[in-house]
Design a protein around this ligand. Structure first.
Ligand code: KIV
Length: 271
């Protein structure tokens, strides 16, 4: 069993060294203090305060509605728990596209108010100016290519991306562009494993895959999905490590039964 204090603090430089050594990077999402404590205690390398909080925590159908203030709330809660992991926070939809000054303002707010270590931003060439500005302020940036959920209304579907030559060529070009711009890594979401492997070999910064096969430098999953809290979402790339849905329901049922039958509290559970 890991304890956080035995492991070195993770920085973007450590991730770079891990790629060089061929050591895989383990990343999971976290949105609140209690989960972040568990993740950090487990020795996870990177905690992503993803805009998937919009789905997982708030019950929205897409990642689009979550606001900068809400991301800061989640990120601050995570930061209060974390000792070792690198904490990366998503810039939410509408807070960086099309206006690089606004992008920088959002990134600075998120970093200043939450104390996070880095930000993540979806897209390639079309957001280059925003990436340059954020990086010039000394804020580490993690790129995100392939299926970019903030563009769901453009894609119209969550199917595998970059299966056609033209989109694959753009992805290769964007990966190079993100590397040249100075991003410290790139998330590759739901793309063919062969393409992900090729991109991973062609750049020096680490790639972190979700539905991108095993020939990448690390993996990321949404914690609630891999724990089986949310059983509605079952893409092929998801490995479930638990069925917390059923376990939690069983516990809630037992509690309801104990309360209704006046079994709880007993003599030892009262003052
Ligand atoms: O928001 C998120 O959780 C993400 C991961 C799926 C990569 O962006």
């Amino acid at each position: 069993m890991y304890t956080t204090k035995d492991l070195p603090k993770i920085t973007t430089h450590v991730l770079q060294e891990m790629k060089l050594k061929g050591e895989k990077i383990a990343m999971l999402t976290g949105y609140d203090y209690s989960m972040a404590r568990l993740l950090d205690e487990s020795g996870i390398d990177v905690i992503l305060v993803g805009d998937s909080a919009s789905n997982v925590m708030a019950g929205h159908k897409t990642t689009l509605p979550i606001t900068v203030d809400q991301m800061i709330y989640h990120a601050s809660s995570v930061m209060r728990a974390v000792i070792r992991a690198l904490v990366v926070v998503d810039l939410p939809f509408g807070s960086y596209q099309g206006n690089s000054k606004e992008a920088l303002h959002t990134a600075i707010r998120i970093m200043k108010e939450s104390g996070c270590n880095a930000i993540k931003i979806e897209g390639g060439e079309e957001i280059r100016e925003s990436i340059d500005r954020i990086l010039s302020a000394g804020i580490p940036v993690l790129g995100h290519l392939g299926l970019t959920p903030q563009s769901i209304n453009k894609f119209g579907t969550y199917v595998v991306r970059a299966t056609e030559d033209q989109e694959a060529a753009k992805l290769r070009k964007d990966a190079k562009l993100l590397e040249e711009a100075g991003c410290f890594g790139i998330v590759l979401e739901k793309i063919p494993s062969e393409l992900a492997a090729e991109v991973t070999q062609s750049i020096k910064i680490p790639t972190i895959g979700i539905g991108a096969g095993k020939e990448v430098d690390g993996q990321v999953l949404v914690s609630h999905d891999m724990l089986g809290i949310n059983m509605d979402f079952s893409p092929r790339f998801l490995r479930r490590y638990h069925n917390l849905h059923d376990e939690m329901i069983r516990s809630f049922l037992a509690y309801i039964h104990d309360v209704k039958s006046a079994d709880f509290p007993n003599d030892r559970e009262q003052y």
